[in-house]
Unconditional design. Structure first.
Length: 147
């Protein structure tokens, strides 16, 4: 994990998370999920792959969550470029990348560490959605699951 400056002047060892999704509501929901976990730190949000690549060097994420279908630069292209620029774990979170789908297979081939289905109809943050996403994050980071 990347050590980050802590507001108290020390160093924080919380895993650094980046969210990449073109839908403002999804970014907000994922932001709330990450911020609900005191052992995680949200370091960047991006509206598409190009925006995320621009923020990658400064953000230094340990884990990136990205959608696939986005304007300007889609998630699969982003995964390919991000994999060459950093060693962050990458979770593709998409409604089109269901288990065994062409999109899921391609995401894994390009370097995604995990592909999970975006919770359908997740217009609000409920406990099940939160635990689903946090479980995927913690699993990829090798963290203990919260009880």
């Amino acid at each position: 994990m990347t050590a980050a400056n802590d507001p108290e002047g020390g160093m924080s060892s919380k895993p650094r998370i980046m969210i990449v999704d073109d839908t403002a509501l999804v970014r907000l929901i994922l932001e709330q999920v990450v911020k609900s976990a005191p052992d995680l730190e949200l370091v960047a949000k991006a509206v598409n792959g190009k925006d995320a690549l621009d923020k990658l060097k400064e953000a230094k994420p340990d884990l990136i969550m990205t959608d696939i279908e986005m304007p300007e630069m889609d998630g699969l292209t982003f995964v390919r470029h991000a994999r060459l620029r950093c060693r962050a774990k990458i979770i593709v979170l998409s409604s089109i990348a269901t288990a065994g789908s062409k999109a899921a297979t391609e995401a894994k081939r390009l370097g995604a560490d995990a592909v999970i289905a975006k919770p359908m109809g997740a217009a609000t943050l409920d406990a099940a959605t939160s635990q689903y996403v946090l479980g995927a994050i913690r699993s990829q980071l090798g963290m203990k699951q919260a009880s």
